[in-house]
Structure formats: structure tokens, C-alpha cells
Unconditional design. Structure first.
Length: 242
């Protein structure tokens, strides 16, 4: 059996003297969509940021069976990991096309000069971006900006895509569209670690899930089982499912 694509063991993050994550254990297998749900302040964004190397952490991080002693952003990108942050962090004055090209800069610098092919792939996934490729990013709608943020991450051809609250601020119809694309990415060989407050949508999309509360994993399992779990239903789905 192959090693998980991503595995966190005893993962701990502290701000000053206050520990925000307490010994989290989490794994993402190749070809999986895994979601982390939980309330505001539970540590979901902290978990992704530390896994990407944006925050110092203690514990072990393994990628495809290889331990990464000191994760940092450049090393994680080089190993095929991409993060779409909650704030999207687009370059508003730049065009859609140029934002996408920046997403592939690390590969270009490494000598891979196939940006046109990768642009075609992203525009095939997000036809709406192709229609707006000459527009500046700050003229896009919220849903289009989220598509651009995901598309920019895909320009690096990641094997693991980490998404932080992709539904934030979006209308329900756009949320469904974005999560439909997330599910389709798995068929293209991209594994997903999805952090979401919209628990129902996340669990309906994912294969497995973790419930994070006050920095600790309190529940985990197959997504359909978590959807039926009374504790999840009462706390995160708004009503108990009988």
C-alpha cells in the first residue's frame, strides 16, 4: 500500500505561548478529497498555513512517504503542493491572464516553458475566465475571483491543492459551481484538502472529513458517515438527520 500523499503527525502550532493546534493527526491519500470543518477560531486556516510552511509548527509532515523536516513555501510548491488562501490574494490591477501566468512562474523558473498549454487547461476548466482573460482581476465578481485563485494555483500543476474557505462570500449557486470544479479536479489527478465552514457542502463533496474544534480533531471518518452523525448534524448542519 502506498504512503499517503500528505500526512500530519502530532501537528502543533503556537502563537506566542498559546497553542492553537494540539497534536493534530491528518492524512490525504492520493486521489482523495478530504475536508476539515469546524467553527470560526477552531484552527482550520492555521492548519493549512502551517502545512504550507507559512507558520512554524512542531510535529511531522510527510509527503508521499518523505518527511519534510522544515516545510517552507518554496519547498512545498516544488514538491507539488499549492494553497489557495481565504483572501485569494490576487493582483487586482493585473489581467486574468497575467495572474495565471504568475501562478506558473516557479515552473517557468525551473525550466518548464509550457505555460500556453497550462493556460489552455485552466481556461478549459474555467471558461468564464477565458472570456475575461484581458480584464483586470479587480473587475471580476466574487465567484470569478475564486475561480481565478484556483486557476492560478493549478498553473503550478499541483498534486495536492489546499483550499481555504473557497465558498466564503459566494452565492449558493456559485458555491455549487466552485465545488463541482473541485470534485472534477480529482479526475485530473489532483488531490484536495478542503477547509470549509459550509459543512454540508464540504461533506457532500469530500471522501473523508475531519471535525476540528479548539485546535483538536474531535471526529473523523468517511464523509457520508459524518453527514449522518447526530453530533455533526446538530452542530454544523442546522438540524439533526433522523
Amino acid at each position: 500500500m502506498s504512503a499517503p500523499l500528505l500526512e500530519l503527525r502530532d501537528w502543533r502550532v503556537a502563537y506566542g505561548g498559546v497553542e492553537a493546534l494540539h497534536g493534530v493527526a491528518l492524512r490525504v491519500e492520493a486521489g482523495e478529497i478530504v475536508t476539515v470543518i469546524g467553527p470560526n477560531g477552531a484552527g482550520k486556516t492555521t492548519l493549512l498555513s502551517a502545512a504550507m510552511g507559512l507558520l512554524p509548527a512542531r510535529g511531522e509532515l510527510w509527503l508521499a512517504g518523505q518527511r519534510i523536516a522544515r516545510p517552507d513555501v518554496e519547498a512545498m510548491v516544488a514538491r507539488g503542493v499549492a494553497l489557495v488562501p481565504e483572501q485569494r490574494e490576487l493582483f487586482g490591477a493585473m489581467s486574468v491572464n497575467d495572474n495565471l501566468l504568475l501562478g506558473g512562474f516557479a515552473l517557468w523558473r525551473a525550466g518548464q516553458r509550457d505555460q500556453r498549454a497550462r493556460l489552455r487547461e485552466v481556461y478549459a476548466i474555467f471558461p468564464r475566465l477565458a472570456e475575461r482573460k484581458t480584464q483586470s482581476a479587480d473587475t471580476l465578481s466574487g465567484g470569478e475571483r475564486q475561480m481565478l485563485a484556483i486557476g492560478r494555483a493549478l498553473m503550478a500543476r499541483p498534486r495536492l491543492l489546499m483550499l481555504d474557505e473557497p465558498s466564503l462570500g459566494l452565492a449558493p449557486r456559485i458555491v455549487r459551481e466552485v465545488l463541482r470544479v473541485v470534485a472534477a479536479l480529482r479526475a485530473q489527478g489532483v488531490s484536495i484538502l478542503l477547509v470549509e465552514q459550509n459543512a454540508r457542502a464540504a461533506l457532500q463533496t469530500a471522501d473523508r472529513g475531519y471535525v476540528l474544534e479548539t485546535g483538536s480533531v474531535v471526529l473523523e471518518g468517511p464523509a457520508p458517515e459524518l453527514l449522518r452523525d447526530p453530533r455533526v448534524a446538530d452542530t454544523y448542519l442546522g438540524a439533526r438527520r433522523e
